[in-house]
Design a protein around this ligand. Structure first.
Ligand SMILES: Cc1ncc(COP(=O)(O)O)c(C=O)c1O
Length: 387
């Protein structure tokens, strides 16, 4: 059998190795505290499940959905953006329904790039950006995210010819893996950079609901001119603990939305209508559960970061997502450190190098176990006497 070049050149999944190591350790009967992944541990709120059950029993939900998704869901997305961010959207031209955020992130390079076209992506960054880039046979210019710049890319450091060539740029705040959030000024700079270089901005807002600072994380679309240059991708996976349900949406520039819908017309009929109805319930009536979830992650984060500080392990100061970006102990690479913690402390963390070259020197800790387990993880790390 001869597979296509496209298939053969897909990037290897760095973290599949970690998953295998964790599973092997668990199979030996070891009690692994797994902070290496980004899978929410809490259940989907009951009202959302009830709505799925109601709609699943309705024969109307057993038929094809409209190709670009149900009008009721697109209208709920508009109400949600108006309520949460004061952003006005047209339901029929500025909203595209997605089978999870990942799909939108993979579709955008296919919408904008031909072979060899350039895409700007953050380093460290969510590995799935590279999936779409690879499928489109595009090339990547990485934008370093460094502590000295609050983990925001510096547009001044992008060479002029690269900026001019770039077709698309991925950004993600609150950030996976660093936990950093974006400022109003940074998003304004982004619009101006995108305008002067003709770059399409794809802001991945997967952790939009999860902010712990005084101000809640900003939507890119709150920035003047943002709709002219880009879209934002919002998923229900983290906000409502719906990672398994596969429902998300892209909002913003109508031409980009049209392009996504066109590509999707050729690939899918839209989501199971009952999932779309449940998503409406989440977006319109999920506020209380989100508040509780943010309070839960904040409590976990404070407890974890304080306990780490008490053993001399100091987190990068960050304000959002459910990740903490922790420096490795002296003398270790991020991969060695993660392996050491798994072998000697039964604690799994994600090595920073898996997110890119600039992730070296850090590990990502996901706050996806309860506070007692998180504190127990720090006790186990402390007993290794590395800090
Ligand atoms: C930064 C980031 N973007 C997008 C996603 C994709 O989320 P989903 O495909 O579940 O909507 C994730 C999931 O972990 C993520 O961490």
């Amino acid at each position: 059998m001869q597979f296509s070049n496209t298939l053969q050149h897909l990037p290897t999944q760095f973290f599949s190795k970690l998953v295998k190591q964790v599973n092997a350790a668990k199979a030996e009967g070891r009690d692994i505290i797994n902070l290496g992944q980004g899978n929410p541990d809490q259940p989907t709120p009951n009202n959302i499940i009830k709505e799925l059950q109601r709609s699943a029993a309705n024969p109307e939900s057993h038929r094809y959905s409209p190709f670009s998704g149900k009008e009721s869901l697109k209208k709920a997305v508009c109400s949600f953006y108006q309520r949460e961010y004061g952003v006005q959207l047209q339901y029929d031209t500025e909203v595209a329904i997605l089978f999870g955020g990942k799909i939108g992130l993979v579709e955008l390079p296919l919408c904008f790039c031909d072979e060899g076209d350039l895409i700007l992506a953050p380093d460290p960054g969510y590995p799935d950006y590279l999936s779409g880039i690879s499928l489109a046979k595009a090339a990547t210019h990485f934008m370093p995210l460094e502590a000295k710049n609050q983990f925001l890319p510096s547009y001044l450091e992008i060479p002029n010819d690269i900026a001019k060539q770039a077709k698309l740029m991925f950004l993600n705040y609150p950030n996976n893996p660093t936990g950093a959030t974006a400022t109003k000024e940074f998003f304004e700079e982004t619009v101006s950079f995108a305008r002067s270089n003709g770059v399409v901005v794809a802001h991945d807002f997967a952790y939009g609901a999860l902010g712990f600072g005084e101000e809640k994380p900003r939507s890119f679309l709150q920035t003047e001119g943002a709709k002219e240059v880009g879209v934002e991708i919002y998923t229900l996976s983290k906000t409502y603990n719906m990672a398994g349900w596969r429902v998300a949406f892209a909002v913003g520039n109508s031409k980009i939305i049209e392009a996504i819908n066109l590509l999707q017309d050729h690939m899918y009929v839209s989501l199971f209508p009952a999932i779309q109805d449940a998503a409406v319930e989440a977006l319109l009536n999920g506020e209380e559960s989100v508040k509780e979830l943010v309070a839960l992650y904040k409590k976990r984060r404070t407890a974890f970061v304080e306990k780490c500080a008490s053993i001399g392990w100091h987190a990068a100061p960050t304000d959002g997502s459910f990740f903490v970006w922790m420096p490795v102990a002296k003398g270790f690479t991020s991969e060695q450190f993660a392996t050491y913690l798994l072998d000697h402390a039964d604690v799994a963390v994600a090595p920073g190098i898996g997110f890119g070259e600039y992730g070296e020197g850090y590990v990502r800790v996901g706050l996806v176990e309860n506070t007692d387990r998180l504190l127990e993880a720090v006790n186990r790390v402390a007993s290794c006497k590395l800090f």
